[in-house]
Design a protein around this ligand. Sequence first.
Ligand code: HEM
Length: 463
Amino acid sequence: MTAQTSGRSATGRPVNRFAARAGPGQGGEVPTATLLDGARTLATVMLPVVARGAIVRRPRVVGLVERIDGDRRAVAQMQRVRERYGPGPVQVRIPGRRFTFLLEPDQVHRVLAQSPEPFATATREKRGALSHFQPRGVLISDPAGRARRRPLNDAALQPGRAVHEHGAHMAALISEEVDALLADVDRAGVLDWDAYVTAWMRIVRRIVLGDGARDDDAVTDDLLRLRQAGNWSFFAPTRLATRRRFLARMRAYLERAEPGSLAARLAAARAPRGSAPHEQIPQWLFAYDAGAWSSFRALALLSTFPEAGARARAEAGVAPDLPYLRACVLESLRLWPTTPAILRDTTAPTTWSSGTLPAGASVVLFAPFFHRDDTRLPQAHRFSPELWLDARTEADWPLVPFSGGPGMCPGRDVVLLTASTVLARLLAARGFRLEGGAPLSADAPMPGTLSPFRLRFSTTRPS
Ligand code: HEM
């Protein structure tokens, strides 16, 4: 992949990546933004991430951020910061917390590769949010807990394998659920978010917990309540009774270990003492949401770009790994990353070209900045699934929808398989036309923000 070293920023000013190097800040530390720049950065970059809901999205706020194209503004602000402070990283300090924004690819690669030490995945913010429903989940575990829990996740989810061992079972159940969805769509005359997410959740419960969980809406509702509290992190009291009931259901599904489910693979894995296997499952159920948003947006892209739609349709039913459709989902995730802020906490002092950073700092990798930086990435605002069709290496330009390094998402292949199979089944059965409202056009740059909740499609039957 090519990346420019100079060009024009979203602010319209020319940028030279080597021109604006700032020396160390006070006391040899990495530079700190001025009060005004810091406030602007927090307001345009971090506030929308928190307001949209980090753990469960608030559709109305997402719609508002779409109306002001909030992510485009956030990327422009990050470009301004880099112009002003050089290659960074740059700190933004508020009482009790210092956020440190990564500005260059080598910083991203370093932080992801050197997790969890000295860059801990279990940050203060994540512990506050996720402990509402998975206090012993791998993502918020200390290094010793992570060493016990990550292998369990890998054993069940099989990262690195395009088609999961349960791939054939998954494809069959997805076909059933897509048929049921299309029957509803034919009655209603439109495919909207509510219909799509209802079908998606049934698919997810069957894949994760087993066919017997298809209609267990109660488990999804309990998790929703806990996630709503998670949006408020440490500021919301934990709903202890709901958490106890929810985790007991996770344990019951794990013990049931229904053949063909991810729970069965987890039950078959060797679980060291204290690894809390049933507390790994909530992350899977919760993270599958991002698969719904990204696949629904991918359907919007495929409806907007007819050639891509035809290519995807031709692939459906040919091979189970669906490389082009996977690339389209990945491209949806590049354009609109579902984990926009990847966070790490420093556990020791670290040294950078612009100075040192003490232990206890929060490091922020703002993914949209790297995915949509039009001064460096010629395809920044274009729908370019081909970006994902060539083998990618760790040293590539950082496109990190699934993070990277030892903390990289172990569910990436299973979710890409789920999403691409759902899309393949839909495209094989119907034509889809994006109905008004969505700010998408084949002739215009892709918007910075695209709400999946407002997308609606009319359908046609293939002739
Ligand atoms: C499109 C859907 C998804 C996206 C974009 C995504 C993205 C990510 C990202 C960015 C992280 C790292 C977070 C961090 O470092 O703070 C992560 C972690 C994780 N994801 Fe996913 N994820 C998705 C779906 C899934 C699914 C479906 C599963 C399980 C079935 C899953 C399981 C996990 C687990 C267990 C972790 C924690 C890994 C660790 O800490 O070592 N994810 N995911």
